[in-house]
Design a protein around this ligand. Structure first.
Ligand code: ATP
Ligand code: MG
Length: 453
């Protein structure tokens, strides 16, 4: 007999079918037993009444992988469950319940709607906790965000590229870079795909990539990982700065709208609202945003070169209350605070043609128009104490006809976190890396290392 997927079972009422999946919960009541099983397409209630099958049921534990052959039956009117794809039917295990792979007794109960575990435990048991429906759904959203990002990038006419993460120089400079030993040379893990995507504008005009980025973030926060996933776009032959703002707002809002429209049930499960997306995203310069915050809070921000986390929250409250928007674009950050490749505003070079997109109180994207003129770029590097010799390969691209260009970068885990309003970015990473953990807690790893030596 050939396996069918659980979501297909309602099409087979009155027929004997074979399904495979994992046990979610088992309820044994003497002469009758029920279990819920699931595969990648959904959840199915199985009822067991015959003595042989009840016998086979005894060995079933949560997360046991099983094959069941039985009869698809319509449920009585009052047992219909509109929340699952198989809510109108149940499977009576008439022929067979076969264990495909047994499961050890779980260290905690995984049968409930919520997995009420502290974060460290949630991460210590990651291969197991990822199986819980609500945890799994976080990564359904993540996959959908990446897919819609790709779709929007393709709509903008971008070509997908794959870039290295081992580099000879540090991308953004600064202290937050991981050094690696590379055959007796010093090398670095890239802090972003920035330099390579810019080079590739000289080849394809418009490019996008989904790439890992490494930041040796020295502090433990709820919004930083040491290994994050960035979704980047870079666009050449722009006419004006606003072309870039239009592009980033298009990609950001269409991606989030499509994902949240398609997965309303997951938003409900997490009790989060659909995002507010006005037809025009509010745009403010950093200084305008700071003035608004000052008016609302009385805080003097006139000397602040950036928005700190409380400011980001406050300006998002403003956008929500007065503009009916969960998004706000902030532009014109001080040139000296942004990376060397950022184009200063020709009207006022103290500020730059840069931007952040904020969503629900937090930065989810940064970017800028870039310096595309070779001499100007070398000058900009020197001003920031970046040695042009270390970036010879990157600079070469600017010697041979680099058009006006710019781009932006979304953090995939940040986006996932905010779409579902998760408390900590670690919940939005399958296997999060931070100062304290590479899968296992580093404190326990170093303990084991010591024991081995
Ligand atoms: P922040 O100011 O929030 O620390 P950043 O300005 O250093 O972030 P960018 O270099 O602008 O980060 O990176 C682009 C995007 O990548 C950010 O807007 C964010 O969504 C994401 N991102 C950056 N650093 C991290 C990190 N350490 N962990 C997770 N996501 C990150
Ligand atoms: Mg940024």
């Amino acid at each position: 007999m050939k396996r069918i997927l659980i979501a297909q079972t309602p099409e087979h009422i009155g027929e004997t079918v074979e399904v495979e999946g994992w046990i979610q919960t088992v309820r044994k009541h003497g002469k009758i037993a029920f279990f819920d099983m699931y595969d990648k397409t959904g959840l199915l209630q199985v009822v067991v009444v015959t003595p042989e099958r009840l016998q086979e049921c005894q060995a079933l534990e949560q997360r046991t992988a099983v094959k069941v052959v039985g009869l698809v039956k319509k449920r009585g009117e009052k047992y219909v469950n509109p929340n699952i794809v198989t809510g109108t039917i149940e499977l009576e295990a008439t022929e067979k319940i076969e264990i495909i792979a047994s499961s050890q007794i779980l260290p905690f109960d995984m049968g409930g709607k919520d997995l009420n575990l502290e974060l460290p435990t949630l991460l210590d048991y990651r291969p197991l906790t990822l199986k819980h429906e609500k945890v799994r759904d976080i990564f359904v959203i993540q996959a959908a965000l990446a897919k819609e990002f790709r779709k929007a990038a393709e709509e903008l006419g971008c070509t997908e590229i794959f870039v290295p993460t081992i580099a000879a120089g540090a991308t953004e400079g600064g202290a937050e870079v991981f050094k690696i030993e590379y055959f007796n040379h010093e090398a670095f893990l890239t802090q972003s795909p920035q330099l390579y995507k810019q080079v590739m504008v000289g080849v394809f005009e418009r490019v996008y990539t989904i790439a890992k980025a490494y930041r040796s973030e020295p502090s433990v926060t709820t919004r930083h990982l040491t290994e994050a996933t960035q979704m980047d776009i870079e666009i050449g032959f722009i006419e004006k700065f606003e072309d870039l703002l239009d592009a980033l707002e298009y990609v950001g809002t269409s991606m989030i709208k499509r994902v949240t429209d398609a997965h309303e049930h997951i938003l409900k499960e997490f009790t989060v609202e659909k995002p507010l997306i006005p037809t025009k995203i509010p745009r403010l310069t950093l200084r305008e945003a700071q003035e608004i915050i000052t008016k609302r809070t009385g805080k003097d921000l006139s000397n602040e070169p950036d928005l700190n986390p409380e400011d980001e929250k406050e300006i998002c409250f403003w956008a929500k209350e007065t503009q009916n928007s969960d998004f706000v674009t902030i532009t014109h950050f001080p040139t000296k605070k942004r990376a060397f490749y950022t184009m200063p505003d020709p009207q006022n070079p103290e500020y730059s043609l840069s931007y952040d997109l904020l969503f629900r109180g937090i930065e989810i994207l940064s970017g800028s128009q870039r310096v595309h003129n070779y001499e100007q770029l070398v000058d900009a590097m020197k001003k920031k104490n970046v040695n042009p010799e270390s970036f010879a390969m990157y600079l070469m691209a600017f010697k041979y006809g680099m058009p006006p260009e710019g781009g932006f970068s979304f953090g995939l885990e940040r986006l996932t976190m905010k779409v579902l309003e998760l408390a900590n970015i670690r919940e939005a990473s399958l296997f999060p890396r931070d100062m304290e953990r590479i899968d296992e807690r580093l404190s326990t790893l170093s303990h084991a290392d010591k024991k081995n030596s």
